[in-house]
Design a protein around this ligand. Structure first.
Ligand code: HEC
Length: 482
C-alpha cells in the first residue's frame, strides 16, 4: 500500500509499558522474567482451600485438572519461554501469581488478543477462522480459579494437555527466507524497529497461492509481520534484501498490495478450497517486520521468511486482494483524510461501488469475499466495514474492530467454503468507517508523539509515517467466470 517511501521513525510499541502496569496490578511477587516467589495468596490457598481440607479432594477448578489445559491451548502459543509475551504461563509456579490478572484480562476480552468483535453496531455475517475468543465457560473457570485462591491441585490427577496447534502448512512449494541477518538491540529507550525484507518467491509463471505461512526467525524479537506483493519488484535493489526503518508500509513508492498479516501464534493463511491467490511472475514479496528488542543482549534474526504453497493450475476461484479506502479504491464521503489536533470521535468514511476494474460485471460472474483486514496507524481507535445490498440497501456487517491496536493486525478469514462466503455483486456498496482519537487520552498517540519528541497532538493527514494515518480495508476476493 506504499505510495511513497517512508522517511519517518519506527513506531513504539506498548509492550514495556503494559507489562509494567500488569505487574503493578498483579500485586504479586512476580518478577519481570516470570520467576516467582509464592505469593501469600497462592500459598495460603493451595495449602488450605476448604473443600480440600475437609474432603481430601482438591478444590475445583484447580491448575492441574482444569486450568493448565486451557492455558496450554489458548495462551502458551505466546506465553512460553522465548515467546512473544513478557512472561511464561507454562507452569503452576509461573501462572499462579497471575491468577487474578488473568481473570481480569480474559473477562475484559484483552487476552488472547483478538479484535474482530460482535458489537451493537455489527453482527458479523460469518464466523472467522482461528477465532481466539474464549467461551463464557472458560472465562468463568479462570475467574473461579482466581477466586478460590488459584489452587494447584494434585499433579497426579493432571488432565492431559492439548497438543500445541500445528503452525505449519502442509506441502509447501517453497520456503524463502531473508537474504542477510539483522541484529536488533535497544537504542536508548527505543525497543521497536520496522525493517522491510524483500523476498523473491521464485515463480517463473503465474501461480496461485493456496497457503502462506509466516516464519518468524527469532520469535523472541519478531513481534508482527505484514506481507505485501511488490508487483514491479521495486524492492529488488535493496542492499542485502533489506530496507531498515521502513515505517508502517512496504517501504517502496511503487504499488504494493497487502496480502498477509501475522501475529505470534497466528496460523498460516489458507484461502478456501478451490481458491488461489494470483501471483504473477517477476513480483517480489515484501515483509514489513516489526522487531521488538528484548532490552537485554542484542538478538539476531536470520531465519524470518515465508513458506508458500502454490499451484500452476487455475483454480475455480482466482483470488486477488484489493485495498479499499485511503489509500485504495473507493470515494471519500468525508473529504480528504484530515484529523485535526485535539479531535476525538473524528470519523472518516469511504464507499466503494463493487466493480471489476471500474466496470460493472454480469451477475453470472460469482465474486466472493473470503478475507478482510483493517489497516490504520496509531491515531485510529475503531473501524467498521459493511456491505449495502444494491437493491434493498440491507446492510451486512463484515468486520468491526472497536478496540483497534496497531500491534495486533490480522487478516480475518471467513470460516466457510468459498461459495458460502460473502457474495459481491456489481453495484453493491462496500462502506468503511474509521474513527480516530487525536487527543492525549489515546495512549498509542501519546507514544507516537513521544517518539518524535512531541507532547501535544498535531494535525494528522494521510500517509505512511508514524504520525500519518490511513483507513484501509484489505479484502481477499475470489472470482469465477470473469
Ligand atoms: C498472540 C499472543 C498471545 C496470546 C495467545 C496470549 N497472550 Fe497474553 N500477552 C501477550 C503479550 C504480547 C502481552 C504483553 C502486553 C501486550 O503486548 O498486549 C500479554 C500480556 C498478558 C497479561 C498481562 C496483562 C496485560 O494486559 O498486559 C496477562 C495477564 C496475559 N497476557 C494473560 C493471557 C492469558 C490468560 C492468555 C490465554 C487465555 C493469553 N494471555 C494469551 C501475548 C499473548
Amino acid at each position: 500500500m506504499s505510495r511513497r517511501p517512508s522517511t519517518l521513525l519506527p513506531l513504539l510499541c506498548s509492550l514495556a509499558l503494559s507489562f509494567a502496569l500488569a505487574c503493578g496490578d498483579a500485586g504479586s511477587g512476580t518478577n519481570s522474567d516470570g520467576e516467582t516467589s509464592e505469593t501469600s495468596e497462592t500459598s495460603e490457598s493451595s495449602s488450605a482451600p476448604t473443600s480440600e481440607s475437609e474432603t481430601g479432594v482438591a478444590a475445583r477448578p484447580n491448575w492441574h485438572e482444569d486450568v493448565a489445559p486451557l492455558v496450554a491451548e489458548h495462551c502458551q502459543g505466546c506465553h512460553k519461554t522465548g515467546g512473544i509475551a513478557p512472561f511464561s504461563l507454562e507452569s503452576y509456579a509461573a501462572a499462579g501469581p497471575w491468577a487474578s490478572v488473568i481473570a481480569d484480562v480474559t473477562e475484559a476480552g484483552e487476552m488472547p488478543p483478538w479484535h474482530a468483535l460482535a458489537t451493537d453496531q455489527c453482527a458479523p455475517a460469518l464466523p472467522y477462522k482461528h477465532d481466539a475468543q474464549l467461551s463464557p465457560e472458560i472465562i468463568a473457570t479462570l475467574r473461579d480459579w482466581s477466586e478460590l485462591g488459584a489452587p494447584e491441585g494434585d499433579p497426579a490427577l493432571a488432565a492431559p494437555l492439548p497438543a500445541p496447534p500445528d503452525l505449519n502448512l502442509a506441502d509447501l512449494t517453497v520456503t524463502d527466507t531473508m537474504d542477510s541477518p539483522l541484529t536488533i538491540a535497544a537504542e536508548g529507550s527505543t525497543l521497536d524497529f520496522f525493517h522491510c525484507l524483500s523476498i523473491d518467491p521464485g515463480n517463473t509463471e503465474t501461480v496461485y497461492l493456496t497457503g502462506i505461512q509466516t516464519i518468524p526467525g527469532n520469535p523472541a524479537i519478531v513481534h508482527h509481520v505484514l506481507t505485501y506483493v511488490d508487483e514491479t519488484a521495486a524492492s529488488a535493489d535493496w542492499p542485502g534484501g533489506v530496507k531498515e526503518d521502513c515505517g508502517g508500509g512496504a517501504g517502496v513508492s511503487a504499488p504494493t498490495t497487502l496480502i498477509g498479516a501475522w501475529v505470534p501464534g497466528g496460523l498460516p493463511m489458507e484461502p478456501p478450497a478451490n481458491t488461489g491467490i494470483t501471483l504473477a511472475p517477476g513480483s517480489r514479496l515484501i515483509m514489513n517486520v516489526h522487531y521488538h528488542a528484548t532490552g537485554g543482549e542484542p538478538e539476531t534474526d536470520s531465519g524470518t521468511g515465508l513458506g508458500l504453497r502454490w499451484t500452476t493450475e487455475t483454480p475455480t476461484y482466482q483470488s486477488i486482494f484489493r485495498l479499499l479506502g485511503a489509500p485504495g479504491d473507493g470515494d471519500s464521503l468525508t473529504g480528504p483524510l484530515m484529523i485535526p489536533a485535539g479531535a476525538s470521535g473524528h470519523v472518516e468514511e469511504y464507499e466503494w461501488i463493487v466493480s471489476a476494474n471500474g466496470q460493472p460485471f454480469p451477475d453470472t460472474v460469482d465474486v466472493r469475499m473470503w478475507s478482510i483486514a483493517a489497516h490504520m496507524h496509531k491515531v485510529a481507535v475503531d473501524m467498521r466495514v459493511w456491505l449495502e445490498d444494491r437493491d434493498t440497501g440491507d446492510e451486512t456487517c463484515l468486520l468491526h474492530v472497536p478496540t483497534w491496536d496497531f500491534n495486533w493486525q490480522r487478516i480475518y478469514e471467513y470460516d466457510v467454503g468459498i461459495q458460502d462466503t460473502v457474495r459481491l455483486r456489481a453495484g453493491d456498496k462496500l462502506r468503511i468507517r474509521c474513527e480516530y482519537d487525536n487527543t492525549l487520552a489515546n495512549p498509542s498517540l501519546v507514544e507516537a508523539l513521544a517518539e518524535i519528541g512531541e507532547d501535544a497532538p498535531i494535525d494528522v493527514q494521510q500517509g505512511e509515517g508514524t504520525l500519518d494515518e490511513m483507513c484501509v480495508a484489505a479484502i481477499g476476493v475470489g472470482f469465477n467466470g470473469l
